[in-house]
Design a protein around this ligand. Structure first.
Ligand code: APR
Length: 312
């Protein structure tokens, strides 16, 4: 009897975000995981360690570490985390030229052997790296999606839950726009047990939490002193991976290449999307107030500026 190969998810970059993502995907049991890095031994060592944890935790998927893209062939999803992480005092935007080179080369190599894959981009500066991945892969926009909004809204949710002393499970939050200082958290659409936070907190307190959300990545960087956040970023990737592999059609904020939605074309911006087996199934358009619209447009403009400085 011939066996149908199990689904495969490739994670490029075996650093903090990549290895944690590989671990969490393995724990879902949804797919075999291939971990790739440019450093020899690193992905192999982490994959071996993860495989040796399997009997204790109880997952039975296969985890492979490699430096060779041939091993990634036929992946359903490719998660791109390779690059250099932001250091203290360094803005996401400072990273652009180094990481554009890295993302372009790994995406070309991976897309060549998994031409039907869905790409989830994690490397920062996120919105610009999504453009690099779209170009380098030649994939349609449905199959190139950036992980930012799930993380930004997770941060927002955790701060709201802490403030109101309620379970994070009952807090929903929406963050639109670019993954940077111009991100647009939307308090009106952020709820606790279905009640908008605008009815539960003072405008001043909401503003403080919004500011903390905007600086969420930098807050972790400042504490760690070397490296940047990885637990919440990896968990956010896995929520997207699950929605795609299980065709859950979750409505999640992601960086999507807009094609007229929200009055914007030809730009990756964070918006709510339906994530299913085809990747981006649909962009969900929500009504914005004049102020929200202005903040969204400013955020989109910041992404456009970043894209123009991308190396050709
Ligand atoms: N090909 C494959 N792997 C590469 C390449 C390359 N060309 N260049 C770098 N890498 C690998 C590094 O060897 C390293 O193992 O990418 C990995 C990055 O891991 P970390 O430095 O630990 O960074 P991490 O914290 O995982 O963040 C990765 O995600 O959230 C973003 O801002 C963050 O852009 C950063 C990315």
């Amino acid at each position: 009897m011939s066996r149908v190969p199990r689904r495969k998810v490739t994670v490029i970059g075996a650093g903090n975000v990549g290895a944690t993502t590989a671990q969490l995907i393995a724990q879902t049991g949804l797919a075999d995981v291939v971990l790739v890095d440019i450093v020899e031994g690193l992905p192999q060592g982490k994959a071996l360690d993860l495989a040796e944890a399997a009997p204790v935790i109880g997952y039975d998927v296969k985890i492979t570490g490699t430096n060779d893209y041939a091993d990634t062939a036929g992946s359903k999803i490719i998660v791109v985390t390779s690059g250099i992480a932001r250091k203290p005092g360094m803005s996401r935007d400072d990273l652009i030229s180094v990481n554009a080179g890295v993302v372009g080369s790994v995406v070309r190599a991976a897309a060549a052997v998994s031409p039907d894959a869905i790409l989830i981009v994690v490397t920062n500066p996120l919105d610009a790296m999504c453009h690099v991945a779209l170009r380098a892969s030649g994939f349609p926009r449905e199959r190139v999606i950036g992980m930012a909004g799930v993380l930004d809204s997770a941060r927002f949710r955790s701060f709201i839950a802490e403030e109101l002393e309620v379970s994070v499970r009952d807090v929903r939050a929406f963050v639109l726009g670019g993954h940077g200082d111009t991100m647009v958290p939307l308090p009106r659409y952020s709820t606790v047990g279905g009640v908008p936070i605008t009815e539960l907190m003072t405008p001043e307190r909401i503003e403080e939490i919004v500011t903390r959300t905007r600086n969420g990545g930098a807050e972790v960087v400042a504490l760690l002193k070397s490296g940047s956040a990885f637990y919440a970023p990896a968990a956010s990737v896995v929520e997207m991976v699950e929605s795609i592999l299980l065709d859950r059609r979750r409505v999640l904020p992601c960086a999507a290449y807009l094609d007229g939605e929200y009055g914007i074309s030809g730009l990756f911006v964070g918006v709510p999307v339906v994530l299913g087996q085809g990747g981006l199934e649909r962009v969900v358009e929500i009504d914005l107030t004049d102020d929200e619209r202005a903040a969204f447009d400013r955020s989109a403009e910041a992404v456009r500026e970043l894209v123009t400085i991308l190396p050709a």
